[in-house]
Design a binder for this molecule. Structure first.
Ligand SMILES: NC(=O)C1=CN([C@@H]2O[C@H](COP(=O)(O)OP(=O)(O)OC[C@H]3O[C@@H](n4cnc5c(N)ncnc54)[C@H](O)[C@@H]3O)[C@@H](O)[C@H]2O)C=CC1
Ligand SMILES: O=C([O-])CC(=O)C(=O)O
Length: 329
């Protein structure tokens, strides 16, 4: 798929931190390209509609050439009407004393209805990226509630983890991020994720020959997997601009393709690499003709296999928890 000449992009949680970093880049053409005109639809809860309207005023003031219109609403049905791209950012954050099951249930109350609204109102070719946490399971819930939309249109964001891994390797090796290829994030967008360099190269050299295993195990993997917590600790707020940038990367690559390289995305498993079918898990993916394809035949040594299995077990536990609550449609 190439970008159409005009596309409707729906962003939920538009008045939040990520929304504020994301909307201006979408409107400037950074996501779909300078030649695609953009109709923005911002969805917020009633209490934040006015703030989103303020953002819409600022979007207007930028006079971005690709931006055709901005609509703000608190109704999912109109927000997703004709949506070609849906960025599901708004989510219920964990509050003090909240158990994981409570968090999953609260978010299912958001992503279930939004999945139904996408099913009933979005464009036939809609592409959905779930950013709001827990992103993988929220994507699973949205997809389960949109039975008429092909499963491969629902994705969860692990591109930020991927970009973090690339940046850490480039810093360690003293090379440019563009020289690093073949990194994979496997599993859940959580601390259990597995940033894998088994097939990675830097300037064409295998990364495994350039760094020692001890650094990979004791520094690189935990640093990438826990980077979200590090940002919260240092910045006093969760990643926002970097998350927005990763969302732009994900959708841009999905629409325009990833010729000759791969990246990471949470996609619905087809059973590849032993990940149970139907789970939304991060894989090495390439975008071909507007579709994500899981890279096949990659080397997965035992060390990797054990880590992938641990993260996938967490995804299965999240799926089972929402299934028990009757939230999978
Ligand atoms: N997948 C990833 O790599 C990352 C995911 N995140 C997640 O992204 C989400 C958003 O982060 P921030 O923008 O920093 O949070 P935020 O709290 O600043 O903004 C969230 C916005 O969502 C809105 N919202 C809540 N329920 C909604 C609903 N039902 N419909 C529409 N809007 C709704 C809120 O009113 C708020 O304006 C969080 O869940 C965060 O954990 C953040 C960073 C990276
Ligand atoms: O933990 C959070 O809310 C933010 C997050 O997902 C990340 O930075 O990876």
């Amino acid at each position: 798929m190439t970008a159409q000449s005009s596309m409707t992009v729906t962003v939920t949680g538009a008045a939040g931190q990520i929304g504020y970093a994301l909307l201006f880049r979408i409107a400037s053409g950074a996501m779909l390209g300078p030649d695609t005109r953009v109709r923005l639809r911002l969805l917020e809860i009633p209490a934040a509609v006015r703030a989103a309207e303020g953002t819409a005023l600022e979007l207007s003031d930028c006079a971005f050439a690709p931006l055709d219109s901005v609509d703000v609403t608190d109704r999912a049905t109109s927000a997703f009407d004709g949506a070609d791209v849906a960025l599901l950012v708004g989510a219920r954050p964990r509050s003090a004393g909240m158990e994981r099951g409570d968090l999953l249930e609260a978010n299912a109350g958001i992503f279930g209805p939004q999945g139904r609204a996408i099913n009933d109102h979005a464009a036939d070719g809609v592409r959905v990226l779930v950013v709001g946490n827990p992103a993988n399971t929220n994507a699973l819930i949205a997809a389960a509630n949109a039975p008429d939309v092909p499963r491969d249109r629902f994705t969860a964001m692990t591109r930020l983890d991927h970009n973090r891994a690339v940046a850490q390797l480039a810093a360690k090796l003293g090379c440019r991020t563009a020289d690093v290829e073949g990194v994979t994030i496997w599993g859940n967008h959580s601390a259990s994720q597995y940033p894998d360099v088994t097939n990675a190269t830097a300037g064409g050299q295998p990364v495994s020959s350039l760094v020692d295993e001890a650094w990979l195990e004791s520094e690189f993997i935990p640093r990438v997997a826990k980077r979200g917590a590090e940002i919260i600790d240092v910045r006093g707020a969760s990643s926002a601009a970097s998350a927005a940038s990763a969302a732009i990367d994900h959708v841009r690559d999905w629409v325009h393709g990833t010729p000759g390289r791969w990246t990471s995305a949470g996609v619905v498993s087809d059973g590849s690499y032993g990940v149970p079918e139907g789970l939304v898990s991060s894989f090495p993916v390439q975008a071909v003709d507007g579709r994500w394809e899981i890279m096949q035949g990659l080397d997965v040594p035992d060390f990797s296999r054990r880590r992938i299995e641990a993260s996938v077990a967490e995804l299965e536990a999240e799926r089972d928890a929402v299934r028990v609550l009757g939230l999978l449609g």
